[in-house]
Design a binder for this molecule. Structure first.
Ligand code: SS9
Ligand code: ZN
Length: 987
């Protein structure tokens, strides 16, 4: 099984014949340099050469109209004037007497590749073609494209090779609108495209290139656009989109074939794209797609106009297709705000079509900005920027030299070596020193020499990998103690703790691997990936192989796989995966289990502050962080007396000598100045207040002023006060009123409905702490089984740590489904000061106090309306109509009529009146607001109507008054449906 390379220099034999700045970039050299680079690097020689052919008319007609084909057919016979005139009909394209021939070859080359891949003659391949295809449409040439090579290939694969589902990944920097139009309503072709968009100010300036074009009819959800609204996107931005948008959806889709519209104008240096991703990123993008569809990947050249970066990018792609592991990923700082906004928009608009995205937040309102009225602006928008062209430079990607041994196995003599691998047995065994060392550190007294030898072989192999003499190895036998780990001294993920392994949920694990494990691994950039095959993993061999395949992207292929003695059967297939063979397809995936998704999402939220590649939404916290460092750089903050250090000292509850104060002051300044990387400051041990290993956490003063945070505090205080009204407790300040445990005790008792065994009133600190201890123990016991992270402790609350107090209150509010609306996505910065080895380390950490309302309400309680809205929007109207008929039957008695459910119940008036009609009583007007004006008045009305419903013996509505007021359709429907089921037969 090899990699096909389809190329013919005939396709270099057409060019622009007249002056046209728009088209001058598209030159024959594009193909020449790409091919030459493959030849010179030896990559072409490793590929299976496949000849091109001309496409037939029938093949062209799979996508294009007969009229258009007839038109193009005439171009070889046109003179210059006629060619120019013909060209005039279309946008950003040119014709040449030989272009029709080349366009037919470009399709034919693509189809030759599809044939080879679909019939298994090769594993995958690339077609180097000109003209490109993705902009051309049924009856139009456009954007240097004449016929739509990739769209035709998708139709062809369905028709001639029985492909049921085809994934098209268009990583060209332009939107392949031609492909989008072609499969608009077709669910068998999933089209993904990212593209420079800049709020529609970049070519082709189409409204339908935005993220909210998702496809139509049956094809809704099968068109995914990720618009880049800024130039300069880099490796992290591209990977973030792969991890959090494309890959989860692609795995859920489960294609039979992956076609890549491989344009390299998305690479650094391109005069069209103006992006910053380096050529080696294409190794990763390719690699990440190579375990889909059983490895059937066809890359087809589209754009790419910087000849240097084009050639480098082509090489990276082909080398990866050949099976060489990608190089160490470079420059992964994390995605930028604008990229995160795009990721978030794409995820939220697609959440209703893909179960893997069900956790995506609500669509942001700020994204759908209209196009700039004044057309393309800035020097970058027209591709002119000569001056800039010179300025861009990047290092040439390092050569990815294959080691002499790719995959080595450490095996007992009885087990035969797998094909293509080398049995590893070092000439010399361990000397007595090494033996003693191994015994001392790794083995129990009783273990025999076989294990010493084995361990020695493993260490020797790792040594070889370090020197790049071997890529992978698979020692065996081994008794693993962990299920699956990416192992190093800092990052260690044990999936067993995170997700239920062994319950048959391949989906959940796969999605966690894509959205959590890969981003973490990429950002961590390990030198070695250690994969331990879990016992009894045979039932999910396919998943194991997917992970083995995907994880090879992390450490430049340095993977050490440990397999147990009784799993001999898996050695062969695992080795084959290490050798670069694709894992078998998992097919299309069902929805992951809600518990898995929930724990996965929680973990992601928790880790994302430290690992930006895990982020899926633009975060307020990051903006703050940046502003803070900027402010610190200007030296514009920190007033001596009211500095947070004073407070910090206060929380320590000690008097300080002035020397200590100034030391702390210094440390604090460092904390502010180095907010991203915890810095290490040298301080004399005696001079510090803190004990070894102690940790102090302090809310950053700027965060305290944050409006969302203040809002959250107010909501929480109001909630406590309303809950504790009968106790005649009024809370004004959370820190001062919660630390002694009294309020927390009362609140918890009220919510829980039972009493705790604690002393009533107490002044002494010890008794206060004991009381707090009891309260928190009860709280934790109640919350922990539900997976709430415990972010508080007796000490933190007693020392009036506001962040801990708020975490506790928010968790209680969520757990008990408090009838309040917590502001979403509230984050604060905390300063963490730790003492390690006598040194103070300080750092700023973002803490997410709240997430989305939906999350906080426990989004897993789905009911018929969720199902209806998500899966049968067409039936929704039927439901709405019957509800309208029902309410009007009663409201008509008061000469009232409802035409619109969403809005007309939002102020609660009709709900109240309706209850009176249904229960046959007159509602006194002073009980509600007949013409409510404020939000509060409306909430009062709806809440009052809810009370009337419960008085009437109805179930408590599964909605909150606030949601009805906020025009939340689902909530309103739930309330009305509740009425309908109870009163549908009454007159
Ligand atoms: C030149 C505008 C060129 C057409 C670009 C087509 C790219 C096809 N400033 N617009 S990949
Ligand atoms: Zn392009």
């Amino acid at each position: 099984m090899g990699t096909a390379l389809v190329y013919d220099d005939e396709m270099t034999k057409y060019k622009l014949l007249w002056v046209d700045p728009v088209c001058e970039l598209e030159v024959p050299e594009r193909l020449q340099v790409s091919h030459q680079a493959l030849v010179r690097s030896g990559l072409a020689g490793r590929c299976v050469p496949v000849p091109v052919r001309e496409a037939t008319d029938e093949e062209v007609l799979l996508v294009h109209s007969a009229e258009y084909l007839e038109g193009v057919k005439k171009t070889p016979f046109m003179d210059l004037e006629d060619l120019m005139a013909f060209t005039q009909q279309y946008g950003d394209v040119y014709f040449h007497p030989n272009i029709y021939h080349c366009a037919k070859l470009a399709i034919g080359a693509t189809l030759q590749l599809v044939d080879r891949v679909m019939t298994g003659k090769v594993r995958n391949g690339m077609a180097l073609v000109r003209p490109p295809g993705h902009h051309s449409q049924t009856s139009q040439a456009n954007g240097f494209c004449v016929f739509n090579n990739v769209a035709i290939a998708a139709q062809y694969a369905k028709k001639h090779h029985g492909a049921k589902r085809v994934l098209i990944v268009d990583w060209d920097i332009h939107h392949g609108q031609g492909i989008q139009y072609c499969f608009e309503d077709d669910p068998s072709v999933l089209y993904f495209s990212w593209h420079r968009y800049e709020h529609q100010s970049f070519w082709p300036n189409l409204r339908e290139s935005d993220f909210d074009s998702v496809g139509s009819g049956k094809g809704a959800g099968f068109n995914i656009n990720v618009p880049w609204n800024q130039v300069g996107m880099g490796n992290s931005d591209y990977l973030a989109v792969f991890f959090h948008v494309l890959l989860p959806v692609a795995y859920e889709f489960g294609p039979d074939l992956v076609l890549i519209s491989a344009g390299f104008d998305s690479a650094i240096g391109d005069p069209e794209g103006h992006m910053c991703a380096t050529p080696d990123i294409f190794a990763h993008l390719t690699h990440l797609l190579m375990n889909l569809a059983g490895g059937k990947v066809c890359a087809v050249l589209e754009g790419g106009y910087n000849l240097t970066s084009l050639a480098q990018s082509v090489c990276q792609t082909v080398q990866t297709l050949l099976g060489d592991p990608p190089p160490h990923p470079a420059n992964l700082g994390g995605p930028c705000e604008s990229a995160l906004e795009s990721v978030h928009s794409a995820r939220s608009v697609h959440k209703k079509y893909w179960s893997c995205l069900q956790h995506a937040g609500e669509p942001s309102t700020k994204t759908c900005r209209p196009a700039q009225q004044d057309g393309p602006q800035g020097p970058q928008s027209n591709g002119g920027g000569e001056a800039q062209k010179e300025a861009i430079a990047w290092p040439e990607p390092l050569q990815r030299v294959a080691p002499s041994v790719r995959t080595a196995l450490v095996l007992p003599d009885a087990v035969p070596c797998a094909d293509g691998c080398e049995r590893f047995s070092p000439a010399e065994g361990p000397d007595s020193m090494a033996t003693a060392g191994l015994r001392k550190h790794f083995l129990k007294e009783s273990e025999d020499g076989v294990n010493v030898k084995l361990l020695y072989n493993i260490t020797a192999l790792v040594g070889k990998m370090e020197k790049n003499e071997v890529w992978h190895c698979l020692p065996f036998p081994f008794v693993p103690s962990y299920v699956l780990c990416v192992c190093s001294k800092h990052l260690h993920i044990n999936f067993n703790h995170t997700l239920t392994y062994g319950c048959g949920d391949t989906v959940g694990l796969m999605q966690a691997a894509l959205g959590l494990l890969l981003p973490l691994g990429y950002q961590y950039a390990p030198g070695l990936v250690l994969l331990v095959r879990p016992p009894g993993c045979r039932a999910r061999e396919d998943l194991w192989l997917q992970l083995t395949g995907l994880l090879q992207g992390l450490a430049a292929g340095h993977t050490l796989v440990l397999v147990q003695e009784n799993e001999t059967a898996s050695v062969g297939i695992t080795a084959s995966c290490l050798l670069g063979n694709a894992a078998p397809s998992l097919g299309s995936l069902a929805a992951p289990g809600p518990e898995d998704v929930e724990s996965f999402e929680r973990l992601r939220l928790r880790l994302q502050t430290d690992w930006p590649l895990l982020q899926t939404t633009e975060t307020w916290g990051r903006q703050r962080l940046r502003k803070m460092s900027a402010a610190a750089a200007r030296g514009a903050r920190m007033k001596k007396d009211e500095s947070f250090l004073g407070k910090l000292g206060g929380t320590l509850g000690r008097r300080k000598k002035s020397k200590e104060v100034s030391d702390l002051h210094e440390e604090g300044k460092n904390a502010i100045n180095a907010p991203l990387l915890p810095s290490t400051i040298e301080i004399h041990p005696e001079d510090t207040l803190m004990e070894e290993n102690a940790e102090r956490v302090m809310l950053d003063p700027t965060s305290r002023e944050n409006l969302k945070f203040k809002d959250l505090l107010k909501v929480l205080i109001d909630w406590i006060n309303s809950e504790l009204e009968e106790e005649r407790i009024i809370v004004k300040d959370l820190e001062e009123d919660c630390y002694d445990g009294q309020v927390l005790q009362k609140l918890f008792e009220k919510l829980w409905g039972k009493k705790l065994n604690v002393a009533e009133v107490t002044q002494s600190e010890i008794v206060q702490k004991q009381k707090l201890q009891t309260v928190l123990e009860a709280v934790n016991l109640l919350l922990q089984p539900h997976g709430w992270p415990i972010e508080w402790s007796v000490d933190s609350i007693h020392s009036k740590n506001l962040v801990a107090i708020v975490f506790l209150l928010v968790s209680l509010a969520m757990h008990f489904q408090a009838p309040i609306r917590l502001p979403e996505h509230v984050s604060v910065q905390v300063v963490v000061v730790k003492k390690r080895d006598g040194l103070l380390q300080t750092g700023l950490v973002t803490k997410e106090l709240t997430t989305t309302t939906e999350m906080m309400l426990g989004r897993f309680e789905r009911d018929a309306f969720d199902t209806l809205l998500d899966h049968a929007p067409d039936k929704l109207n039927v439901v709405k109509t019957s509800l309208i008929t029902f309410v009007n039957k009663h409201l008509n008695k008061l000469n009232l009529e409802v035409t619109e459910l969403e809005s007309q119940f939002a102020d609660g008036v009709y709900l109240v009146l309706l209850m009176g009609l249904l229960e046959d009583y007159f509602v006194p007007l002073y009980n509600f607001f007949l013409t409510p004006e404020s939000f509060e008045q409306k909430v009062h009305n709806v809440a009052f109507a809810f009370e009337l419903m419960q008085d009437g013996g109805l179930k408590k509505p599964k909605a909150r008054p606030e949601d009805v007021v906020n025009l939340n359709l689902k909530s309103t429907l739930r309330v009305l449906y509740n009425l309908f089921t109870n009163y549908k037969n009454s007159d």
